[in-house]
Design a protein around this ligand. Sequence first.
Ligand code: ZN
Length: 147
Amino acid sequence: MDLADLYRDVIVDHNRNPRNFRKIAPPCEHAEGLNPLCGDKLQVYVRLDADDRIEDVSFEGSGCAISVASASLMTEALRGLPRPEAEALYDRIHGMLTGAEEADIDKVGKLAALAGVRAYPSRVKCASLCWHTIHSALAGGGVVSTE
Ligand code: ZN
């Protein structure tokens, strides 16, 4: 399967059926992400367990297909990860979206599909929004804006 097929199939699937599209009841960390250029607005929730592992992660909000699909993929990828691995994945995806890193399906699985946005520079912020937002949530919360 090439990257273009993966991009189309995965984005369509996760936009139609977003995973973990719900709120997490406190105690949890939370942050809001805004991408004014596109109108994407996401709430990201994350709960860490006593071992600093991501016990639950979810999102709500509205946005374009890419922002929703990216957030859905992110919640699937992060669940169960120890915090340092989650931060490492954040760095890797950020590198992949900006073109600094190759999209390696062996390393990031379905998240490689997000590299498809590199063909549409205006959509890179849509794909990266949820990642910046969870980064902020893990750092104590707040509002993140791409502008
Ligand atoms: Zn968008």
